[in-house]
Write a protein that binds this ligand. Structure first.
Ligand SMILES: *C/C=C(C)/C=C/C=C(C)/C=C/C1=C(C)CCCC1(C)C
Length: 239
């Protein structure tokens, strides 16, 4: 029996937090995607697309987590490439969520493209620092951080904030909450980057005692599922 099991899969060791959080992440993303998809039909027409996008974000993450979980378990390595493929698909979709919500207060598609452009710059520069040019990881991290701050600015003080203020109280409140996700929830990622790259960030090289992938996995659970639930809650209030 043991031989059979050994031949078909590797078990997760008790102290392997990286593999464990990949496993739990896979389950959580799958459950969240199923939930959002099933709720689409119970949602009022004007919010259906927003809840659907929450489902698509968590579904894409579930597929990547399934893959990353196996990759990490088999090789013991960090699945950097698929991590960034996942982010490159899901972060722009989170920008779409902002746009769909503020659209009700008059947002134009140029705002959406601004957000998407900044998020792509943030992720591509991060990938260079993590995977392609580690010797200059802190400079790449700085470029990535600047794009990140530009997104924070747009959401807190720029067009997203202005439009949300012009919308209904529920929209204004939801955009505020999503703004906190971007400011605090997304700030988890640079911590993982500092942990996982030789140069850290801004010359900071710290050891948080947590593996980079554990930090990223916690960040993804908070940001993808939590963010989706905020949108879901809004769709109920405004129904
Ligand atoms: C679902 C995935 C999300 C919300 C991923 C977000 C990722 C970031 C906000 C990453 C940001 C980074 C920096 C601000 C600097 C260092 C490099 C990154 C890419 C880790």
């Amino acid at each position: 029996m043991n031989l059979l099991l050994d031949a078909t899969f590797k078990a997760i060791e008790n102290n392997n937090y990286v593999a464990f959080t990949f496993f739990v992440g896979t389950m959580a993303m799958m459950a969240a995607a199923a939930f959002f998809f099933m709720e689409v039909n119970n949602t009022s027409k004007e919010w259906r697309t927003s809840v659907l996008v929450s489902g698509i974000i968590t579904f894409i993450a579930a597929v990547h987590y399934y893959y990353m979980r196996g990759y990490n378990l088999e090789t013991g390595a960090s699945p950097v490439f698929f991590r960034y493929v996942d982010w490159l698909l899901t972060v722009p979709l989170m920008c779409v969520e902002f746009y769909l919500i503020t659209k009700k207060a008059g947002a134009k598609s140029s705002l959406l493209w601004q957000l998407i452009f900044l998020s792509v710059v943030m992720l591509v520069t991060g990938y260079f620092g993590e995977a392609i040019d580690q010797a200059h990881s802190w400079q790449w991290g700085l470029a990535s951080g600047l794009a990140y701050f530009a997104i924070v600015y747009l959401v807190w003080m720029g067009d997203v904030a202005k439009l949300a203020g012009a919308g209904s109280p529920a929209v204004a409140k939801a955009v505020k909450t999503l703004g906190w996700f971007v400011l605090v929830g997304w700030a988890i990622y640079p911590i993982g980057y500092i942990q996982g790259t030789p140069g850290g960030l801004f010359g900071m090289k710290m050891n948080f005692g947590l593996d980079m992938d554990v930090i990223y996995n916690i960040g993804d659970a908070i940001n993808k599922i939590g963010f989706g639930l905020v949108v879901y809650a809004l769709s109920r209030k405004e129904a």
